[in-house]
Design a protein around this ligand. Structure first.
Ligand SMILES: Cc1cc2nc3c(=O)[nH]c(=O)nc-3n(C[C@H](O)[C@H](O)[C@H](O)COP(=O)(O)OP(=O)(O)OC[C@H]3O[C@@H](n4cnc5c(N)ncnc54)[C@H](O)[C@@H]3O)c2cc1C
Length: 390
């Protein structure tokens, strides 16, 4: 068994680490000031400058196929990069990416949606969840009815990330009520100009900026069907499935940074005439965090490895998401505790992470949904215990 990274993986990781250290971390203080004034993202020109610089290093379109100008990196390498990018609270992505399910779009849709999204000229959102259908996505009731060559969409979507900023939505709607969502739902590409409206939902953390979307007789031509009529649920599950191993890597990055901050602070801060790190109470918090973080790292990378070797990654991704999202909450909490009152201030990124990471146990499958998947796989015999080693 070999737990070493390859030379190439190490090189890429180290280059991204150097980029984050040199280009992004120095912006953190200004970003935190912006947050204190009510902002949630970098100024656009700063974002553009960083993207251009990253692109000059070759970092653009990590998961994007080479034919679209991307790097087409293996999932494990992408995960190593996502760990590094998550070590700062400055929200920055390299750009050049699009939702995985857009690659199945037809030629005209690729010109209109996929390519402009990769280039950062258009912003999409993915709309599955409804007020009456979250974990139970099969209960969606948004309905698209045939009207000549067109479809008329009616319904409500909720908690849609970037829904208030997006200029198009990938909407999963029922097209055959008799068949139900699993075989009777279809994915549509719906421009905002087609008539849907959105309203931002105020949340605990600053990430994702979810919104509710409203569709009232929104007319879309037949050419806006993404994939096959009736194939929408399968596309939706493919979209959700990718998020699970990406989120896991982000959790590892945030936890690594928090633990580093906690260790540094424990070696600096003095109470009762000695460093707080000399107290067993603090040492145990550090030890528990390190152990959980290491376990999470391997679960996250193992899920990505399943993707790379073409195996069914659903079981490994469910374990990774369940454990990593819980782990990061506990590690942020301990790091905040070790920082005492300072941890609770908006001078440091800890309080923002404390609020933001909570959402990771909810979106793209709650903890309970991951447990349902894992137990169902074992109880029905889809997976053997320790199956990948058997
Ligand atoms: C910040 C944020 C961003 C999001 N972005 C998107 C997005 O971009 N697109 C999108 O479509 N959706 C998005 N969502 C929605 C998200 O996927 C749902 O919130 C999630 O699937 C849970 O659904 P729900 O909120 O309706 O909770 P419910 O499904 O109502 O669940 C409520 C509680 O019951 C538990 N539960 C449900 N069923 C069971 C069961 N059988 N056994 C045990 N426990 C159960 C759940 O785990 C949860 O704890 C986002 C949500 C958030 C918070």
């Amino acid at each position: 068994m070999d737990f070493e990274l390859s030379d190439e993986q190490r090189d890429i990781r180290d280059t991204v680490r150097a980029f984050v250290t040199k280009e992004i971390l120095p912006l953190e203080e200004d970003f935190l000031r912006l947050v204190r004034e009510g902002g949630a993202r970098l100024p656009r020109d700063e974002e553009r400058r960083l993207r251009a610089k990253a692109r000059a290093f070759g970092f653009w379109g990590l998961s994007t196929p080479e034919e679209y100008g991307g790097m087409a990196l293996p999932a494990v390498t992408q995960s190593l990069i996502n760990v590094e990018l998550a070590k700062t609270c400055v929200p920055f992505r390299f750009g050049g990416e699009a939702d995985n399910i857009l690659y199945g779009a037809d030629a005209a849709q690729q010109e209109e949606y996929l390519k402009p999204t990769i280039e950062g000229e258009r912003l999409g959102c993915f709309a599955l969840t409804e007020p009456g259908a979250g974990s139970d996505a099969g209960a969606i009731s948004t309905y698209a009815r045939r009207d000549g060559d067109d479809w008329l969409i009616n319904g409500e979507k909720t908690f849609i990330s970037n829904g208030d900023d997006a200029d198009y939505a990938i909407v999963i709607a029922l097209t055959d009520r008799d068949k139900g969502a699993r075989h009777g739902a279809t994915a549509f590409l719906v421009d905002r100009e087609a008539g849907w409206t959105s309203s931002r939902i105020s949340t605990m953390g600053s990430w994702h900026q979810p919104a509710s979307l409203s569709f009232d007789d929104v007319r879309v031509p037949a050419g806006k069907v993404l994939g096959e009529v009736g194939g929408g649920f399968e596309l939706a599950m493919r979209w959700v499935g990718k998020g699970r191993y990406v989120i896991s890597a982000q959790c590892v990055g945030i936890a690594e940074r928090c633990l580093k901050m906690a260790v540094d602070y424990a070696g600096l801060r003095e109470t009762f005439g000695r460093k707080i790190g000399q107290n067993q109470a603090i040492q145990w918090m550090i030890a528990d965090s390190e152990t959980e973080l290491e376990a999470a790292r391997w679960l996250a990378l193992r899920a990505a490895w399943d993707v790379d070797r073409g195996a069914d990654a659903r079981h490994a991704s469910a374990m990774a998401k369940l454990f990593c999202t819980g782990m990061v909450g506990r590690v942020v909490d301990r790091a905040l505790q070790i920082h005492g009152g300072m941890g609770y201030t908006k001078e440091l990124p800890l309080e923002g992470w404390y609020r933001a990471v909570r959402a990771m146990r909810i979106f793209e499958g709650t903890d309970e949904v991951q447990r349902l998947i894992l137990s169902r796989d074992l109880l029905r015999g889809h997976t053997r215990i320790g199956g990948h080693l058997a």
